[in-house]
Design a protein around this ligand. Structure first.
Ligand code: MG
Length: 486
């Protein structure tokens, strides 16, 4: 019988396939081997955690996120070696609620850390983050971690609300914003803007903010010229003192929140002016922290996350930052208020990538808790997802939506690439606009939220309304922790 050429090919292919099956049958992967592979993946994951949080840094303020004159070589390198997230959100557009969201993995409306009366906590505020909340630091403590908070806290300055009462072994920092405890009123004479252009604004004595170690005030006013540098030094000291055991470090810079201050080495250097000086000093500090991790042999064993608490303070004109191509800034529920330049770095376990999936600071609670094997609280509604599959397995983010609150009211919702605004308001004005038909934007096509497509897509609005209904069904608002002052 004559065998045609194509038949030989088939016979060869069938034989090879059969041999492969035979080989697999003779060499089955044992359960132990499967487990071992999973174990190896687990073993390679970082064991230490560092969050570096800037204050009022805009989406467009790093060179790797498009700023033409601010030089951030260390953050840029971090972004090129790790994951650069372009759709990463904070839980609110101003300091206190945003920080509460990061710490608790919950929308601040659930624990009362947001308010329609005062948008943030002040030095005369009575309350802070309730003890009934579980913080990310408390989760790490349950896993035996050493924990430190360095920098701005802004979740209550009384002893029962300080970091040392919320899961941190130690605290060093200014407990609220660096423009507080002002000794002359901002609004007079000559109004808000004239103050920010005045000579007094350049004097650290104008802002009588305390610097604390644990629960004691050690310096007042804090020397803000050297504050970024000193926070960095504290961070490095903490890393070196704890290199033998697992640690969680929360390094929350007070800058580039106005008033801007930089140390002598940085002041006057940046082509972007004083704002650029402060960002470049933070960038330098990030480089030093990463170098300290490398020197301690911990760079392959540490996950470092860099982001900011809210968008740029545009009201401050040239002293405020930039949201780049995003609309508006701090205080608003437009993208510029809540989308932040974000980097995840863990050389050896995170492969370099640009991630366009949605993530949030609220996801860090869930992700870190799962990584250290501590259960997520089941007695309350949590708002985080586990980012582990995106970070370590090149899979999709489980987060598909984002809720944009102002105070205790839901202003906008993102579902997939679409965002609907039900209410809009300028960041620092009283007028509120309710939209019977919400404004609708496709954020992939139109990240600047310029082109309202609501009329063309009623079905998408319907879908987003259904998500809002589901969200509202589980919503219990916490008592307002920010309203009582004086
Ligand atoms: Mg802020």
């Amino acid at each position: 019988m004559k065998i045609e050429k194509y038949q030989w090919k088939n016979i060869r292919a069938t034989t090879l396939f059969g041999l492969a099956l035979l080989f697999m049958a003779c060499n089955p992967k044992t359960e132990a081997q499967v487990e071992k592979t999973a174990e190896t993946v687990e073993a390679q994951k970082p064991k230490n955690f560092v969050i570096i949080f800037a204050d009022d840094l805009g989406y467009g303020d790093l060179s790797s996120f498009g700023h033409p004159t601010i030089r951030t070589p260390h953050l840029d390198q971090m972004a090129s070696e790790g994951q650069k997230w372009t759709n990463f959100y904070v839980g609110a557009s101003v300091c206190t609620p945003s920080r509460a969201a990061l710490m608790t993995g919950r929308l601040p409306v659930r624990n009362g850390m947001t308010s329609n009366v005062n948008r943030v906590l002040f030095p005369d505020s009575h309350n802070g983050l309730p003890q009934t909340e579980v913080t990310i630091a408390e989760q790490m403590k349950k896993a035996g971690y050493t924990t430190a908070a360095i920098g701005k806290w802004h979740l209550g300055h009384k002893e029962e609300y300080l970091p040392t009462s919320h899961g941190f072994d130690s605290y060093f920092g200014i407990p609220y914003s660096n423009d507080m405890d002002n000794v002359i009123p901002f609004r007079s004479p000559g109004g808000y803007f004239s103050f920010w252009k005045s000579e007094e604004r350049k004097d650290i004595n104008t802002f009588n903010v305390p610097l604390m170690r644990n629960t004691e005030i050690i310096e007042r006013p804090a020397d803000q010229h050297t504050i970024t540098k000193r926070y960095t030094e504290e961070a490095i000291k903490f890393i070196n003192e704890n290199k033998e055991k697992p640690f969680f470090l929360y390094l929350a810079h007070n800058l580039p929140h106005v008033p801007l201050f930089a140390s002598k080495e940085f002041e006057g250097n940046s082509p972007r002016g004083l704002y650029g000086d402060t960002v470049e000093e933070i960038d330098h500090g990030v480089g030093q922290v990463l170098d300290a991790l490398k020197a301690a042999g911990l760079d392959k064993n540490t996950l470092v996350v860099f982001t900011s608490d809210n968008g740029p303070w545009l009201l401050m004109n040239q002293e405020g930052g930039s949201a780049g191509l995003l609309r508006n800034g701090k205080g608003s529920t437009w993208e510029g208020g809540m989308r932040e330049p974000t980097i995840f770095w863990a050389p050896g376990s995170i492969k370099p990538a640009i991630i366009t999936d949605i993530g949030s600071t609220m996801d860090l609670f869930t992700t870190f808790s799962n990584m250290v094997g501590v259960p997520i609280p089941s007695d309350r509604v949590m708002d985080g997802v586990d980012l582990d599959p995106v970070l370590f397995e090149e899979k999709e983010s489980a987060r598909k939506d984002m809720f944009y609150y102002r105070g205790d009211r839901l202003f906008a919702v993102r579902v997939g690439e679409y965002k609907a605004h039900f209410i809009t308001q300028e960041p620092y004005e009283q007028e509120v606009t309710q939209h019977e038909t919400p404004l609708l934007y496709n954020l992939n096509i139109d990240p600047s939220e310029k082109f309202d497509i609501a009329a063309e897509h009623p079905e998408i609005i319907q879908k987003i309304r259904a998500v809002v209904e589901q969200h509202n069904a589980k919503l219990v608002k916490g008592p307002d922790m920010l309203k009582d002052r004086g």
